[in-house]
Design a protein around this ligand. Sequence first.
Ligand code: DAH
Length: 336
Amino acid sequence: MLDKIAQIKDSAIRQIESCSDIDQLNQLKVKYLGRKGELTDILRSIGKLSAQERPAVGKLAGEVKALISQRLQEIFSSLEAKQQSPQEFFDITMPGRRPSVGKKHPLTQLIDEIVKIFHGMGFSVAEGPDVETEYYNFDALNTPADHPSRDIQDTFYLENGELLRTHTSPVQIRVMEKQRPPVRIIAPGKCYRRDTPDATHSPNFHHVEGLYVDTDVTMADLKGTLVVFAQQLLGKEVRVRFRPHFFPFTEPSVEWDFSCTACGGKGCNLCKGTGWIEISGAGMVDPAVFEAVGYDSEKYSGYAFGMGVERIAMVKYGINDIRLFYENDLRFIQQF
Ligand code: DAH
């Protein structure tokens, strides 16, 4: 009898474990544990056995029954799990996926910051077209036809004789044509030049132009405005320096520098040992420019300045290659 139970156990377990189908598994359950099952028969007949045989047979039959039902249960569960489609399978313990949040490009962020500072000093934002005429980009800005900046090397000319603006200074002219003094504007925007891209040049870049025209505007107003701007943007310790220069649309003209933000003016790699970082040009509006827009240069005076946004961003964030701004590599952009 004991041998028979052992045989039942072996064949039951073997069949259950190799079973890959729930219906088949149900049949095995009936075969071994059902009312007419082989093991049930044995358990039912225990009463007829002798008193010596009964305990051992009873014990083994009970153990085998428990073992078979346990294996059946296990195989049932695993077959059921396999049957479930992936959609039905939902792991509520899995962490959710965060939506990635977009933000402004670092150059746009910096332009916003520059605009905000000048807003605080009473400047409003003016805009002009990227495609300009020679008149606005050059002539009205007192840039004669033989001036080097009109060279075909620097300017993208269109077939119809128009051009891509090389600076946002033409916005000055467009504003003054429409408005009488006082005028206090900044003009942020894209500019274009035929430059071969390298670490410090890009054929497309951004400028912010500034213009203030009123009675009795002086160079001291220009300097004061740029100092306030520099200190709000980069910190109280920053100083501004003027160097004599030439621009056709201003007289006198200067180039303006920030004291180096990396070394505080002592001289380092960033400022090439000079202690100063060149930002751009500025000056007092040339009377010829006033004449072009019909302002009386005896009555009014004004200052104008320009600045390269990429240049300031490179200084502010310690970036050594301008091309990083245009590659749109998220690993770079997400740092701002
Ligand atoms: N437009 C000049 C440039 O493209 C920058 C500039 C210089 C603007 C002097 C000004 C200025 O308004 O007064 O580099």
